[in-house]
Design a protein around this ligand. Structure first.
Ligand code: F0G
Length: 481
């Protein structure tokens, strides 16, 4: 919730109490340098014991509520027909309005099943933007992802409130060019993760659905960050300021044919599902569920997580839960802007994103500025961020050429209800120091490059041994930690 202080300043305050905590450590800069060097300058290789604040992702790292933890105690472990599943199905019906539910172990498993059933080799799949796992699964099935965002989406210094909008004219052009039969479906991602958690508007979704329906194309909705997209509609779209998050979700869902999500974000639990009101689609996917995930009433999730998801879905419609990360991201971004640090604006749904092209303009894309920035942030602060740039884009499957990413971002995710304002202030301070010393940071080069989703396990090295020089400068100016 946002409160106005007596000096007129607005700040986000937590609408919860912290009753269980996890210890964290801030190791000296020399040890941080050693950890990142051993990890091949890839923050995915770091261990928790070497990390002070883990802002790699908000996926599966959110604080669960007391009611979620309580629900986990009463789960039913029956292999088939487990009661926990029916609680989840009833939450999905109440919150999202769908009758048919297929649980999966996490979001990418839903993408795998959708790709298997609906994508034929040679198909195209238009969408507002891809996510890494989405593109990997859709391409493995022989499809091609077409991103039809508006030009404004790639402007990191923007005031446009809905950079996740699909370009309607481009959508019409795609239908004309490829014909309905070559289009598997249209996919809308709420909010567009790789564009910096940018939402789409209700108006845009309504129009997308209209064009899709006129052309007999069904609409697939990735709702991994649905409560955040709904929160932005409430905050930014005219006519929705007095609607509840539930009312906004209900209208969003009225345009959707197939819904899926990674439950690890908005619903604060590790799992996922596909849901629909279309029996035909449901019946087409269902036989594959036990092959890849598990029986219909658990789909690869633990029954404890199913119980917690049933509660988490209802809780995400509380405006203070839906806005908990978004308001911290906004505060964080505004503090960084005050300190002249280039971040993606407007602030998005899941993280504060540093624009590495602007932060490190001296590093060319071929030397991975976002990867270098992410490693430098760790050395300077012990904070773990995630590279979201060219390292996160795999090579062209045919030509094997590198594909420069549209954006070069270092993502500092805000897991819901986990970090406090003083921790954010610490990060702001260390990033300000890093920005002043940015010339010390140079590029990276691969030493081990995996063939698919290379950002997970790739190992790189620092050109000109810049990591050691940065650590040395830090020690001199700030001290050992
Ligand atoms: N779709 C979106 C929009 C996502 O953000 C993610 C995951 C997935 C699908 C895949 O779901 O991880 O449960 O298999 N995003 C995580 C992240 C990994 O760090 O942003 P998953």
């Amino acid at each position: 919730m946002i409160v106005r202080l007596s000096n007129g300043k607005e700040i986000p305050v937590e609408m919860h109490k912290v009753r269980i905590v996890q210890k964290t450590f801030l190791i000296p800069v020399e040890q941080r340098l050693k950890a990142i060097e051993e990890g091949g300058y890839n923050t995915f290789s770091l261990r928790t014991r070497d990390i002070f604040l883990d802002m790699l992702t908000d996926s599966g790292t959110n604080a669960m509520s007391d009611n979620q933890l309580a629900a986990m105690m009463v789960s039913d472990d029956a292999y088939a027909g487990c009661e926990s599943f029916y609680k989840l199905a009833s939450s999905i019906k109440d919150v999202l309005g769908f009758d048919f539910v297929l649980p999966v172990h996490q979001g990418r498993a839903a993408e795998h099943l959708l790709a298997k059933v609906f994508i034929k080799p040679g198909d195209v799949i238009p969408m507002n933007y891809h996510f890494t796992t989405t593109r990997a699964h859709f391409e493995l099935a022989g499809g091609r992802v077409l991103e039809i965002y508006r030009d404004e989406a790639l402007n990191t210094q923007s005031t446009n409130p809905f950079k996740g909008n699909l370009d309607l004219q481009k959508f019409r052009d795609v239908i004309k060019k490829y014909g309905r039969d070559k289009i598997s479906f249209i996919r809308m991602e709420a909010t567009t993760n790789l564009l910096g958690g940018q939402p789409f508007s209700m108006e845009n979704l309504r129009e997308v659905k209209k064009i899709a329906a006129e052309n007999n194309i069904f609409l697939v909705f990735d709702g991994s960050l649905i409560s955040e997209n709904a929160y932005f509609i409430k905050k930014r779209e005219k006519g929705y300021e007095n609607k509840s998050i539930q009312e906004i979700i209900t209208e969003l869902m009225s345009y959707v044919d197939i819904f899926y999500l990674s439950g690890r974000k908005s619903s604060c639990v590790r799992g996922g599902f596909i849901a629909t009101n279309n029996k035909k689609y449901y019946e087409e996917i269902k036989p594959w569920l036990p092959v890849y995930e598990g029986f219909l009433t658990y789909g690869g999730m633990s029954t404890k997580e199913i119980e917690a998801m049933a509660v988490g879905l209802r809780e995400m419609t509380d405006v203070n839960v839906a806005g908990s990360a978004a308001e911290f991201v906004k505060y964080f971004a505004e503090r960084l802007i005050e300190n002249k640090i280039p971040v993606v604006t407007p602030p998005g749904g899941l993280a504060c994103h540093l624009d590495a092209k602007l932060f490190l303009p001296h590093i060319p894309w071929s030397q991975y500025p976002a990867g270098a920035l992410s490693a430098a942030v760790y050395i300077a602060s012990g904070v773990r961020s995630m590279e979201r740039g060219t390292i996160s884009v795999d090579r062209d499957p045919d030509t094997k050429q590198e594909i420069p990413s549209d954006l070069e971002l270092a993502r500092l995710a805000i897991p819901r209800r986990v970090y406090t304002m003083s921790q954010i202030e610490y990060v702001v301070d260390r990033l300000t120091w890093l920005h002043k010393n940015r010339d010390l940071v140079k590029g990276l080069k691969f030493v081990e490059e995996p063939p698919v989703l290379r950002f997970f396990f790739g190992k790189l090295t620092a050109l000109d041994n810049w990591g050691a020089k940065l650590a040395e400068a830090f020690k001199k100016e700030i001290g050992p930690e």
